[in-house]
Design a protein around this ligand. Structure first.
Ligand SMILES: [Zn+2]
Ligand SMILES: [Zn+2]
Length: 216
């Protein structure tokens, strides 16, 4: 798997280019302020991007959608429950004091069908709680349950997504983490929207927020 991650100030939000090493088809995940770096990675890795996939529509995850769509002219995918956030990107930016360009329209909503690029498939799992339309993108070889999880801001190494923004809900978030993400397996590698990678097993065993929740 071709794997490129980039992040820049102020949000230090991870954007990804994930590609098939055989066919060089690829997806871009969550293009934000680092969109220029992601486009450079697309050129340097010599991949053909087929989809822009969004884990959710908070502003830090979508500020680069317009730039990437302009450059690559590929469809943008989002969970429909995050459309209100997406459509209010400019207002979200104002909340944080940033001038934001309204992203282009969403081309498709996630459904139950996997998305394919090269020899890989993306399985989409709805993981609300941080926001209504948060998803986990599970990527692996076609026909397998992939072991790479792009979880957006649902789960971090040693932490969990905030639930104090509009549409956030703590109980819903913990339910998503423990009943949707954890069954994907202790070996699965978690690529969060911010900060370093972790694994499901490590978070299940050591994440203080998870342990507190499971203690009830
Ligand atoms: Zn977020
Ligand atoms: Zn974020």
């Amino acid at each position: 798997m071709i794997y490129e991650v980039r992040a820049v100030a102020p949000f230090h939000k991870n954007g990804f280019v994930i590609g098939c090493e055989r066919t060089h088809e690829a997806v871009v995940i969550d293009p934000g302020d680092e969109a220029g770096d992601l486009l450079a990675a697309v050129r340097d890795s010599d991949v053909q991007v087929t989809h822009i996939l969004l884990t959710h529509a908070h502003i830090d995850h979508i500020t680069g959608v317009a730039q990437v769509k302009d450059a690559l002219a590929v469809p943008v995918y989002l969970h429909k429950d995050d459309l209100p956030l997406y459509e209010h990107a400019v207002q979200q930016g104002q909340m944080f004091g940033f001038a934001v360009r309204q992203p282009p329209p969403v081309d498709a909503y996630y459904d139950l069908n996997p998305i394919y690029f090269g020899d890989y498939e993306v399985r989409v799992h709805h993981t609300p709680g941080h926001c209504p339309g948060g998803v986990c993108l599970q990527i692996g070889r076609k026909g397998t349950g992939g072991a790479d999880l792009f979880v957006g801001d649902t789960l971090f190494a040693g932490s969990i997504g905030r639930t104090d923004l509009p549409g956030g809900n703590y109980e819903v978030l913990m339910h998503s983490i423990t009943t949707v993400l954890f069954p994907l397996g202790d070996e699965a590698v978690v690529h969060p929207g911010h900060g370093p990678d972790t694994t499901i097993g490590r978070e299940r065993a050591t994440n203080p927020f998870v342990l507190e929740y499971l203690r009830g």
